[in-house]
Design a protein around this ligand. Structure first.
Ligand SMILES: [Zn+2]
Ligand SMILES: [Zn+2]
Length: 246
């Protein structure tokens, strides 16, 4: 049998198996993955969760329209310590539901499609990062939740980008959850929340810092500041969703 014939037969076989055993979407459990690959959202779920495309704000990863390079929120905020930001989804109710399932309801398998989609973000692979660093949880929160969603997301992203995940940050103190605080409270709540776990690794490294959602950016600012204070050469940030306040 020729190699070409074997290729055609294996493609046919894969197609047949997919028809016989359609893989359910990990989010709704009903639809078939839109691109036919395992662990991917279905077309209907993808349509409900709008990915950020087109011209983006380099400061926060949100979509911008008009002639400016930054969104209006970033133009009215102090410059962040990172060089560039990436965000996968616009923030709507469906994206919020997906992140809630992933973060609070034990649906850890959602890390796979989220990581894979994030790895395909435009420009991301044009810069070579030394490592990916997830925003850590305080050990008390880690024990009650059982996992760190940012770490799981970072691991999946790292698998596709072929770079290591390093836990260079740790929570120096227990903080209230940022989601329930005002912008002013978020800033004071998070100051001093992180410390470095290995400054020798951070030195001279280009780091991609990842978290689930960016709202005011206070958590990412604080964490990126600690990495840069300990010698990181460059820090960029990547989030599953950018939540704008307007
Ligand atoms: Zn679905
Ligand atoms: Zn922005």
């Amino acid at each position: 049998m020729t190699a070409a014939l074997r290729g055609v037969l294996s493609l046919r076989l894969a197609g047949l198996l997919e028809t016989l055993l359609p893989l359910p979407c990990p989010l709704c459990g009903k639809g078939v993955p839109f691109d036919g690959t395992p662990n991917m959202f279905c077309r209907a779920c993808m349509e409900r969760m709008p990915m950020i495309r087109g011209k983006v704000c380099r400061t926060c990863g949100a979509e911008v329209d008009g002639i400016f390079d930054s969104c209006s929120e970033c133009m009215n905020s102090p410059k962040p310590p990172w060089t560039r930001a990436y965000a996968l989804f616009k923030y709507n109710d469906e994206v919020l539901d997906c992140i809630h399932l992933f973060k609070y309801r034990g649906r850890t398998e959602l890390a796979r499609p989220l990581g894979r989609l994030a790895a395909g973000l435009p420009d991301l692979e044009s810069f070579r990062y030394d490592c990916i660093v997830p925003i850590p949880l305080h050990w008390r929160r880690f024990l009650s939740r059982g996992y760190n969603q940012s770490r799981l997301f970072a691991e999946q992203l790292a698998k596709h980008l072929h770079i290591p995940v390093r836990s260079l940050l740790r929570r120096a103190r227990y903080t209230k959850q940022q989601a329930f605080l005002t912008k002013k409270e978020r800033n004071s709540n998070i100051v001093g929340a992180f410390s470095i776990s290995d400054s020798t690794v951070a030195e001279m490294c280009s780091i991609l810092l990842v978290d689930d959602v960016m709202t005011t950016g206070a958590t990412l600012r604080e964490a990126a500041g600690v990495l840069l204070d300990h010698g990181a050469e460059r820090v960029d940030v990547l989030v599953i969703a950018r939540r704008q306040r307007n």
